[in-house]
Design a protein around this ligand. Structure first.
Ligand code: BES
Ligand code: MN
Ligand code: ZN
Length: 484
């Protein structure tokens, strides 16, 4: 299913099957009188008495092929209300045969003008479908033509399209199975982002070895595929000011390694690269909308496999930071990938802040389910900005504790630290506490554990199930509201 949105100045094509008008929360349609034909008006005024006006979307069949749709906008409608309304519009009409709509923006009051941009954004986000591997494709296509003087302005059209394209790119990457999107293929796809204006640098195994990124390399050493660290730079300010940095866990498939996971639901671990995919989608969005900001995305791409050359429990490796880690469980691999990526990012780019994203722990799903990502941070300002941005776009985060008292749980007898704690609980916090040890210069840093957010079996307000793209809109909002 695809949705095409076009903006036109002229009156609607007479053949447009369905006409969409907006009304207030009581479906008071008197203001419509000026906008639509008198036959249409008397038709609606009569039939509306038979409708349940508690609903937000009413449809009036003019013929078997033609409808008038009335969408009510409540008084203090918020941007996310409007997005959700657009999403329900999509759900309501997605199976309709005559699937083209003309939206008359003149029926929206000037005051709630930008509401239409959010409505269309929600509609578009909800329409995403990953059917690449279905031999019978859903060829349906919803055509939407928006006319009238209250159309979203050109700047908003470009901005929302950029966020949609970024989010869809993230969803595509997360949806791909492990046999297709292995680290070699992933690195190739990232290289193509040069065409959007991103500066791409791909560090392969040889370079990583030279740099001493052994905790990252250790995770990938059981795989026949390569391991990579890829950096993506967006220089929207065209100067040398410090960038914002985003770091993502890109475990293309997580079998657990020698500490093998049980068979049931192991297939879910195809989305264990979601953190990296959010970073990629965000960078793409920033480039597409030419954001006035300097930003860098850094992703560690590996496949965690058992095998003759795989890392063993008990192995001790030296990280890029110089700190040594005893691997007690090869399934706690995400933190090993991020450890080197974080130190490298801090040292190489000297960023204003670092936000990392990872499907890091099952424990965060126990704590927060699929409503909030876990936020762990050394900085209150950055935390509050993330919390606020999250509430705004309905991609919520909940702050969880970091504290030096947890450190004893990951101190090791044989090395500087161990990669898991078998006692003491607090699995998501000890993972975050582990990551914090690799921020060497007190850079403001926030870690988002998105294990419960990246994939939705049943779908949510703005996604129809599968990869959610959670995080792209959150971080875009963080940047838009605070750093542009
Ligand atoms: N990728 C998993 C975490 C995960 C679990 C993500 C469920 C999404 C859904 C991670 O690499 C992992 O295996 N974590 C272990 C850590 C443990 C060995 C300390 C976990 O959560 O069980
Ligand atoms: Mn794991
Ligand atoms: Zn993992």
């Amino acid at each position: 299913m695809t949705v095409q949105i076009k903006y036109k100045n002229n009156l609607l094509n007479k053949n447009t099957a369905n006409l969409v008008y907006f009304a207030d929360d009581k479906f008071n349609i008197s203001s419509l009188k000026k906008q639509i034909s008198s036959t249409e008006f008397s038709f609606i005024s009569d039939l509306i008495k038979t409708k349940d006006i508690k609903r937000e979307i009413l449809t009036f069949d003019i013929s078997s092929k033609r409808k008038i749709v009335l969408v009510s906008l409540k008084k203090n409608i918020t941007s996310s209300d409007a997005e959700n309304l657009g999403a329900s519009f999509f759900d309501k009409f997605k199976d309709l045969k005559q699937n083209d709509f003309g939206i008359n923006s003149d029926t929206i009051s000037n005051r709630s003008k930008n509401i239409l941009a959010y409505f269309l954004h929600g509609l578009k986000l909800k329409s995403y479908l990953f059917d690449k591997y279905k031999t019978k494709k859903d060829k349906k296509n919803m055509q939407i033509t928006v006319t009238g003087k209250n159309k979203p302005n050109l700047k908003d059209q470009i901005k929302f399209k950029a966020i949609e394209d970024g989010t869809f790119f993230t969803r595509d990457l997360v949806s791909e199975p492990g046999n297709i999107l292995h680290p070699d293929e992933y690195a190739k796809r990232l290289n193509l982002l040069r065409k959007d204006g991103l500066k791409i640098d791909i560090l392969d195994e040889k370079k990583l070895k030279k740099l001493g990124m052994n905790t990252l390399l250790g995770v990938g050493q059981g795989s026949i595929r390569g391991s990579y660290l890829v950096t993506m730079e967006w220089n929207g300010l065209k100067d040398k000011s410090k960038p914002l940095a985003f770091v993502g866990k890109g475990v293309c498939f997580d079998t657990g390694g020698i500490s093998l996971k049980p068979a049931k639901f192991m297939e879910d671990m195809t989305y264990d690269m979601a953190g990296s995919a959010v970073v990629v989608g965000l960078m793409k969005s920033l480039a597409l909308r030419k954001a006035k900001v300097n930003a860098v995305g850094v992703v560690g791409l590996v496949e965690n496999m058992p095998g003759g050359n795989a890392q063993r429990p008990g192995d001790i490796v030296k990280s890029y930071s110089g700190k040594t880690v005893e691997i007690l469980n090869t399934d706690a691999e995400g933190r090993l990938v991020l450890a080197d990526a974080l130190t490298y990012t801090e040292e190489k780019f000297k960023p204003k802040f670092i936000v990392d994203l990872a499907t890091l722990t099952g424990a965060i799903i126990v704590s927060l389910g699929s409503e909030y990502a876990g936020l762990f941070s050394n900085n209150d300002k950055l935390s509050n900005q993330l919390i606020k941005a999250g509430e705004n776009v309905e991609e919520k985060v909940w702050r969880m504790p970091l504290n030096k008292n947890f450190d004893k749980l990951i101190d090791s007898k044989n090395a500087d630290m161990q990669n898991i704690n078998y006692v003491g609980g607090a699995g998501s916090t000890t993972a975050a506490q582990f990551l914090q040890r690799f921020i060497l210069n007190k850079t403001p840093w926030a870690h988002l554990d998105i294990a419960g957010m990246a994939f939705s079996k049943y779908g949510g307000a703005l996604n129809s199930g599968g990869a959610t793209g959670y995080g792209v809109r959150l971080l875009n909002k963080l940047i838009e509201d605070n750093y542009e």
